[in-house]
Design a protein around this ligand. Structure first.
Ligand code: COA
Length: 378
């Protein structure tokens, strides 16, 4: 039996649970690199398609490799009619992440090759799921609003098509760039909860759909991907810059959590936050509705001063996506449509050098005791 002398770490905090070459986070300096490339450089110069190739293959593509990879993503963008019918049959108030979780599971059921277990098969299905989650996201939005889903337009980039399939209008170049940046910035982040969940599931040698289904369910939680939805709710509840101070006091008084602040790894500014903050600032000006950005800035100032925690990726993504016309309860699905590539890259890395993941618990229950038949219990 394990004893107190065994080391146990609540939440596996600071435990190294795998080796990975996919991304690196330096929590002290606020560094994030994907396969060696700084997130700032990818944000400035890359596209979601190119970043997906990088995360999946380990290297940036040549021109022809990028063309071929983009064509493969497009080839898979459409989702089967049965999936759309399944989404339409769900109760209208189903949580969008629950719709996505069920649909990913159903995509596996409809894939005759679901059980093929090789690096090649997993890589192909990773490309397929990366394309399909964007289409799913848009379909979920439209169905929840009582509209028919829109078929993909394969002349568009994945970011532009995402907005087109959501809204029925081709997006402006700025809107496409904003969506592309959101997809790049959320694509990968080490052993976060959903990625670790995907690796744990994949390590049993089950199929990719099962790992991704579990990851979607994990991302849904408010301490993980669900935080951006909670941030928008808070922005609406606070309502004005003048109310921020009273709101900070009330959260502190009830010992509540400031959603969008703090991070398990970063002790400094989350390097993704500044990109989202800058985009939110620009869209605030363009939409002529600066309020949500201004409340966010004031909240960041006051919460950071109050609890000494910086804002994380979810904080400015809330006002930004709100400006882009994306409903708050869909934010986590946008996150999933990006993080899918990180999940898949980790699953492939896991099965390439697999070991089942099976930690142990420090038992703090009863010592062995005698079973008492039910009629003799007091
Ligand atoms: C992200 C998060 C889960 C990391 O938790 P963690 O690894 O335990 O972080 P820390 O070790 O720095 O937290 C230590 C303590 O600081 C305080 N703290 C951390 N983040 C806080 C926040 N956002 N609001 C208030 N207090 C916070 C809490 O007292 C926490 O202890 P607790 O977990 O027992 O409540 C946490 O910061 C959080 O809940 N943030 C809000 C949700 C969020 O934005 N999630 C998205 C993450 S990208």
């Amino acid at each position: 039996m394990e004893t107190k002398s065994h080391v146990s770490s609540k939440g596996l905090k600071n435990v190294i649970a795998a080796e990975s070459s996919i991304s690196h986070i330096d929590g002290e300096t606020g560094l994030l690199i994907y396969r060696g490339y700084h997130i700032d450089e990818l944000a400035a110069h890359s596209t979601f398609e190119e970043t997906c190739y990088l995360l999946l293959n380990g290297e940036l593509p040549s021109g022809s490799q990028l063309v071929e990879f983009t064509a493969r993503l497009k080839q898979y963008r459409e989702i089967p009619e049965a999936i759309l019918e399944g989404l339409q049959a769900m109760p209208r108030d189903t949580h969008p992440m629950s719709m996505m979780r069920s649909a990913v599971s159903d995509l596996g059921v409809l894939d005759p090759g679901e059980g093929e277990h090789s690096i090649e098969a997993f890589t192909e299905r990773s490309i397929k799921l990366t394309a399909q989650l964007t289409t799913l996201l848009a379909a979920i939005k439209r169905i929840r609003e009582g509209n028919e889903p829109i078929a993909p337009d394969l002349s568009l980039s994945q970011a532009a098509d995402c907005l087109y399939m959501m809204n029925g209008e081709k997006p402006s170049a700025d809107a496409e760039k904003a969506m592309d940046l959101i997809l790049i910035l959320h694509a990968e982040h080490g052993l976060n909860a959903s990625t670790f969940a995907a690796r744990v599931i994949a390590a049993t040698l089950t199929d990719l759909y099962s790992a991704v289904t579990g990851a979607v369910g994990c991302l849904k939680g408010p301490l993980h991907g669900g935080a951006n939805t909670a941030v928008l709710e808070t922005l609406k509840e606070v309502g004005s810059v003048e109310n921020v101070s009273a709101w900070v006091d009330s959260v502190r008084a009830r010992k509540g959590k400031f959603m969008g602040f703090g991070h398990a790894v970063y002790q400094t500014q989350d390097p993704r936050a500044k990109h989202l903050s800058e985009l939110s600032r620009r869209l605030a000006a363009e939409t002529g509705e600066p309020k949500w950005y201004e409340i966010s800035v004031e909240m960041e100032k006051q919460v950071t001063a109050a609890i000494n925690k910086n804002c994380n990726v979810d904080f400015y993504s809330a006002s930004l996506q709100h400006y882009m016309g994306i409903p708050g309860d869909l934010f986590t699905c946008v996150f999933a449509a990006s993080r899918i590539i990180g999940w898949c890259a980790h699953v492939i890395e896991q099965i390439s050098d697999n070991k089942i993941i099976r930690p142990r618990a420090l038992y703090n229950g009863y010592d062995e005791r005698k079973y008492v038949p039910v009629d003799q219990r007091g």
